[in-house]
Ligand binder design. Structure first.
Ligand SMILES: [Fe+2]
Ligand SMILES: [Fe+2]
Length: 190
């Protein structure tokens, strides 16, 4: 499927606001490619598609999970804020015809991060948080770091912010984020 057709499909699947966000993430990811020497076409596509499962209703989630035999861990089950990444990676591959594994993984891990993220995975993870319409208090700090060539530091800061947030708000944390954070800290201290 070419980009025009993918965009058409995304417009059907997403709210207007979510489509705008995806466009902003794609543009931001493309810009970051100049700094981090990554393929702009791939980054743009990954940015456009990363939230393709974000606006599904319960029935659609059930249908996709059944159709593609998607494994959702206990934290992801009944939690679209987490599961849209995994479900979206299947939609990208099987409904939108995206075969590139790096793009698929950047969709799959854009919410939690993971150990040993590729450059593209890191770019999509951070672009999701710093695209121009993101106004949450820590976004500016992440933006500065990411555009100053400090991608790993930006991502570690975001993992730490997430950990602090979930503790303060008495929420569950996905273990993948904990592992990703520890991995990144160890990497950076080498
Ligand atoms: Fe997302
Ligand atoms: Fe997003």
């Amino acid at each position: 499927m070419n980009l025009d057709n993918i965009n058409k499909k995304l417009k059907e699947m997403l709210t207007e606001g979510r489509f705008e966000h995806s466009l902003n993430v794609a543009k931001c990811a493309e810009k970051l490619c100049d700094i981090y020497d990554c393929d702009k076409e791939k980054a743009y596509l990954a940015g456009m598609v990363h939230d393709c499962a974000k606006c599904l209703n319960e029935k659609q989630v059930e249908d996709y999970v059944e159709k593609y035999e998607i494994y959702l861990d206990p934290l992801e089950e009944n939690n679209l804020a987490l599961s849209h990444s995994a479900i979206g990676s299947y939609i990208a591959e099987y409904e939108l015809g995206i075969k590139d594994e790096d793009i698929i993984n950047s969709i799959k891990y854009h919410t939690t991060g993971r150990e040993e993220m590729s450059i593209l995975e890191k770019i999509i993870y951070i672009a999701d948080l710093i695209e121009e319409e993101r106004k949450f208090p820590a976004a500016d700090e992440l933006r500065k770091l990411a555009y100053a060539g400090e991608l790993d530091k930006a991502i570690l800061t975001s993992f730490n912010n997430t950990l602090k947030y979930v503790i303060e708000n008495d929420e569950l944390i996905h273990t993948r984020t904990v592992s990703a954070r520890n991995y990144m800290m160890q990497e950076m201290s080498l």
